[in-house]
Design a protein around this ligand. Structure first.
Ligand code: ADP
Ligand code: GLC
Length: 483
């Protein structure tokens, strides 16, 4: 099958979170299965220098954007057989220091940037000699693609591809003032309460939900959650109306990237049968962070965007309580200044026990996963979550709140000690999280139990080879349900 994926970030070219990992890995998995996958994404600053093999394509975009026309060029890179990446080169929009914004503020013209990007996706799908059968769009940045394709169909596009929208996070919808709708050049008939309009504002994700042939999200539990008022972020009604066209597919892991045996980021490799490397990595990380090098101190870690979603408030509360016991904690993350301050304060209160690194660091994220005994992920909600699955493969026991993909990917120690891969708690409070940390300390004090849990975790298989068929099934459904 020919599939065109469209995403505002794709690993290893650009990344702010799991979206990039997911799209990069899914595209590769499709190609490995013998399909033809192509990905279209913006050419952000620095990508061309890092991937000098990319070529300029003899192609020129000149597309209407409201009352003006905007131009762009196209670059391409062949990654492996069956996988090509297209980059939209529009320096005014994409040659900037950040992807969505500068340190703490979003770019003021994000509506314009991503409406333009969406138009480029549609233009490529229509005019490339290679014909996609399905266009698979990810998140609000390309949420308008299905309605733009429908418009072109009405304007004479003979047999357009079917469309699939994947919602990676319903909390981010791309909501902009009504004036931004004019930039789409779509007819007013799209701008209504069952379409792109949301309480008098343009809502890009809602337009995707309304007009895509099929909708997926990134775990079965989150697919159920988003049809409830509690998790629906105002779109639950619309999602309930489309529940027959909605499926939850748990993300996979790219084990070529996230593994402990052949990983250039790790000081020492290790595996189920040879765990000495994990001990070594722990002591190296303790040294790196200036913590006492002590094998007997249980080491907890978190790597995260510091956003409300991630449960930072209950984590700070639970850690303040638990750090009086023998344990260490390391954080790698960036995001809200208030949360960054919260962790820095924690480090000041518990010197020699807490180390905090504010920033984004791919290499360090692997080292933390490999070194820690436990990984904390107490999210308020979590569409899928990748770090708990990376933790499993790294033999680092995840402690997660039972929500979304966290619930779908971890087996709790108290519920099923024989098959357990981690520790789960339900109530969104510091107290429940502190209780879960206490359980972890008990587990740490019983090496045999800890070892059994680690083995289960490291054996768990969340590979894309297992999951990719579910997407192929969805693509068939898209074609069958095409509008
Ligand atoms: P989300 O996409 O909601 O941020 P996920 O768990 O799906 O959450 O994916 C997060 C991805 O981003 C993981 O690959 C994680 O390692 C990475 N990540 C998050 N914060 C950082 C950071 N500060 N430095 C390096 N990697 C990070
Ligand atoms: C989003 C979600 C996260 C998910 C990721 C990849 O960023 O917050 O839970 O794992 O997308 O699908």
């Amino acid at each position: 099958m020919n599939i065109l994926l469209a995403s505002s970030e794709v690993f290893p070219f650009s990344k702010t979170g799991g979206l990039a990992d997911m799209v990069g890995a899914l595209a590769r998995a499709l190609a490995n299965e013998g399909h033809e996958a192509r990905v279209v994404t913006p050419l952000y600053r620095g990508i061309r220098e890092k991937f000098p093999a990319m070529r300029k394509v003899d192609w020129y975009f000149d597309l209407p954007l409201g009352l003006k026309n905007v131009q762009a060029e196209l670059w391409e890179l062949d990654v492996v057989s069956g996988l090509k990446i297209y980059f939209i080169d529009q320096p005014g929009y994409f040659d900037r220091a950040g992807i969505y914004g500068d340190k703490h503020t979003s770019y003021a013209d994000n509506a314009e940037r991503y409406i333009f990007f969406s138009k480029c996706v549609v233009h490529l799908a229509r005019y490339l000699a290679w014909r996609p059968e399905v266009v698979h769009v990810h998140d609000w940045q390309v949420g308008l693609v299905p309605s733009l394709m429908l418009q072109q169909k009405m304007a004479g596009w003979g047999n357009p591809p079917a469309t699939c929208l994947t919602i990676h996070n319903l909390a981010y919808q791309g909501v902009f003032p009504e004036e931004a709708f004019a930039l789409t050049n779509l007819p007013e008939s799209i701008y209504h309460t069952e379409g792109a309009e949301f309480f008098g504002l343009l809502n890009c994700l809602k337009a995707g939900i309304a007009y895509a042939d099929f909708i997926t999200t990134v775990s079965p539990r989150y697919a159920r959650e988003i049809t409830t008022e509690e998790y629906g972020c105002g779109l639950d009604g619309m999602l309930r109306r489309r529940h027959k066209d909605l499926a939850g597919i748990l993300n996979g892991v790219d084990y070529a990237e996230w593994n402990t045996t052949k990983n250039p980021h790790l000081p020492k490799p290790y595996s189920i049968g040879r765990m000495a490397g994990k001990k070594f990595n722990k002591s190296e990380l303790q040294k790196f962070f200036g913590l006492p090098v002590d094998e007997s101190a249980p080491l907890f870690g978190t790597i995260s965007r510091l956003a409300e979603q991630k449960g930072v408030d209950i984590q700070l509360g639970a850690l303040s309580e638990m750090l009086n016991t023998k344990m260490q904690f390391v954080l790698l993350g960036s995001g809200s200044p208030e949360y960054e301050r919260g962790y820095r304060d924690l480090a000041r209160h518990f010197p020699g026990k807490v180390a905090v690194r504010v920033g984004y660091d791919e290499k360090l994220s692997h080292r933390i996963e490999a070194a820690c005994d436990f990984f904390l992920m107490p999210s308020r909600f979590e569409p899928c979550g990748l770090n708990q699955m990376y933790s499993l493969r790294y033999g680092t026991i995840p402690i997660v709140r039972a929500t979304g993909g966290l619930d779908d990917s971890v087996i709790d120690w108290t519920q099923n000690p024989r098959l357990a891969t981690g520790i789960k708690f339900s109530e969104y409070t510091s107290r429940s999280l502190a209780k879960a940390i206490r359980k972890a300390l008990v587990l740490f004090s019983q090496p045999k139990l800890l070892q059994a849990c680690r083995h289960n975790a490291m054996k768990a298989d969340f590979s894309w080879e297992r999951t990719v068929h579910e997407y192929l099934g969805v693509y068939k459904e898209c074609k069958a349900r095409q509008k």
